[in-house]
Structures are given as C-alpha cells and as structure tokens.
Ligand binder design. Structure first.
Ligand code: FES
Length: 347
C-alpha cells in the first residue's frame, strides 16, 4: 500500500452481524438446497417450454387461455419462469451462502500499485473461493444444468425460420394458400371491397380508382357460411386485394404480352406495394400515378405500374382482366407473378 493511502474514516455503522447461514450448518445446508431447488425449477420450466412448443401450434387460434393463444401464453410463461428461477437462485446464493466479510477500502492514487493489483487478483480468487463453487457441487452442478438447458429453447425456435416460402401450406388448406398464389382464378369476378358488388367497366368513370377483391370472399355455402373466413380470409385478402382504375384506352402503354389485359381502359393491379407490402392508395388521375403512403414509392398505372419513384424495386403485379357473359369484370387467371414485397427478386 502506498504511504499516502489512508483508511476511510469509520462512518459509524453498526457492528457486523453474522447471518444464520454463517453460524448454523443446518441453516447453511437448507439454504443450499433452496438455491439448488430454484435451479431445478428453472430446468423444469425449460422442459415445460419444450413440451408446450410441440403441443400447441403457433397460429392455432382455437387453443386459448383467457383469450390469448395457448402457444404464446405457455411459451412466454415457461421461459420467463425459467429465467426468473435462475435469477432468484443466484440472488439467494449471494445473500445466504457467499462470503460475508466486511472490508475497509483504502484511499490510493488513481493508478493502482503493483501490490494493489496483486491484492485485487488475490481478492478475486478469494471471492471465487468464498462463493463455494468448488466446495458446493450440488449448487454448481444444478446451476450448470439449468444454464445449459437455457440454450435449448433457442435451438428449437430455429425451427420457425423454415420452411421456405411457398411450401408453407398444402394445396388442400384453402384456396390461394401459400405465398406464391392468391385466390384469383380464371373467371372469378372482381367485386368492390366491403360491399362485394360486381363491377362493369361502364360503372367506372374515366379517372376512377376503386378498391376491389375476389368474389370468393363473399361466397357462402348452403348453410350461409362464408367459404373463406377468419384468419384464412385475412391472409387471402392480404395477397389478393387489388385496385381497379379506368383511363382512356389510348393512354395505356400495354406491357409485353399484355395487349388484352385491359377492358375498355380498365386495368387491375395488386394493391400491395412491392417495397415492404403497404396497401397503396393515393391516386393522381391526371398522371395515372399511384403513391404508396409508407415510403412514397410511385407507380405509373398506365405503363404496367412500373416504378417511377421511390424504393420499390419492381412494378405492381397486374391482374389480367376480361368480362363474363353478363358483362362483369373477371380475372383471366391468377397473377402471373408473386404479389407483395420484392423478396421474390432475390436470387
Ligand atoms: S411499402 Fe410502399 S414504398 Fe415502402
């Protein structure tokens, strides 16, 4: 210790009292079992997490606890408790079992002397010794086991990174399932969103833009139940929503192979921005530009919805239109390219 070092003046604290676990071996053993019990509970919670993960399907809205998805509740609760029990165990270990010696700090120059450094190292080693990690195999091993198991949830959650888009659903799931398809099929009517009424080209004025969806969203079975409903409807709508615009036919610059995709100046495009998927909405009828409100990508609807401004990397997919026997607008087919963000451009 340098000569200038002085002990801090005694602030008058009460005399140190030893803890029960310092003076009573039975109490010490009891505390040791408590700590190990906390680590054991943590391990059980991790096992329950794994069981929950494989028991409740993510996205299963039928299994619920108090209105919340069973998967969300059980995964969150079990993993949260696993962390909590480890935390409680470590706190109890520190409070009841680790060394409880009072020390006096010495004042010293900013740079520690070599002696002080060595003393610090010795103190660290003494601390390790006092923690009892070497002498208490029950605590040490239960902690190692609990902490080791904590990695397992991360490993099983990796499973949720797959499968690749497009293979997510089987054909049997529901119409338009999967990321590469929508519910649009040949001959399906284009109907107004919200009200579900079919549209004739003559119903639209030059410059009009209407939000539309496939008629399938309004179809019901013999008992009056919607064929597509609930979360399936939400997913289907997030891909199949379209905008229908009418402009002077001679203003349209048809894309390659798209000469017959318009009906009397009526064009139909995906409503889902190809940047990151916002619904586009703001239409400027004189320029035929439609603007995405999220990051201002702008598409020219007269020119195959090519990008004229903004971060979107590709045009809005176009839905080829025709008319049915009653003169209503129908799709010639599904979209010929995937809708939505330009994830599809990768690779
Ligand atoms: S989502 Fe449309 S511009 Fe970003």
């Amino acid at each position: 210790m340098p000569e200038s070092a002085e002990p801090i003046a005694d602030p008058g604290l009460p005399a140190h009292e030893w803890r029960p676990t310092d003076v009573d071996e039975r109490q010490e053993k009891r505390a040791e079992r408590q700590v190990a019990g906390m680590f054991g509970l943590s391990a059980i919670c991790v096992l329950l997490f794994l069981i929950s993960y494989f028991t409740f399907d993510i996205g299963d809205n039928h299994s619920t606890f108090a209105g919340f998805g069973a998967s969300t509740v059980t995964l969150g609760t079990t993993f949260g408790l696993a962390l909590l029990f480890i935390g409680i165990g470590i706190i109890q270990w520190a409070r009841k079992l680790m060394g409880d010696h009072e020390i006096s700090e010495m004042r010293h120059p900013a740079r520690s002397s070599d002696e002080d450094r060595e003393a610090t190292l010795a103190a660290l080693n003494a601390g390790l010794e006092e923690s009892g990690i070497g002498r208490r195999p029950l605590v040490r091993n239960s902690l190692l086991g609990a902490v080791g198991l904590l990695g397992l949830p991360a490993v099983v959650l990796l499973r949720d990174l797959g499968p690749l888009p497009g293979d997510v659903y089987d054909d049997e799931d529901y119409p338009g399932a999967g990321l590469e398809r929508t519910v649009w099929t040949k001959g399906m009517r284009v109907v107004r969103d919200v009200v579900g009424t079919p549209i004739r080209a003559a119903d639209l004025e030059i410059g009009d833009l209407v939000n539309a969806v496939p008629e399938a969203f309004y179809e019901v079975d013999e008992e009056g139940e919607h064929l597509i409903e609930g979360i399936e409807l939400q997913i289907a709508k997030s891909k199949a929503a379209v905008i229908v615009v009418r402009m002077e036919p001679d203003e349209i610059i048809p894309g390659e192979g798209r000469d017959n995709w318009a009906v009397d100046g009526v064009l139909c495009y995906s409503k889902i921005c190809t940047h990151v998927g916002c619904p586009i909405s703001l239409y400027e009828r004189t320029t035929h530009h439609v603007l995405c409100p999220c990051h201002q990508s702008t598409f020219d609807l007269a020119d195959s919805a090519r990008v004229v401004f903004g971060p979107a990397a590709r045009a809005l997919p176009q839905l080829p239109l025709a008319v049915d026997d009653e003169g209503y607008l129908v799709a010639q087919s599904d979209f010929t390219e995937p809708v939505g963000p330009s994830y599809w451009e990768r690779g």
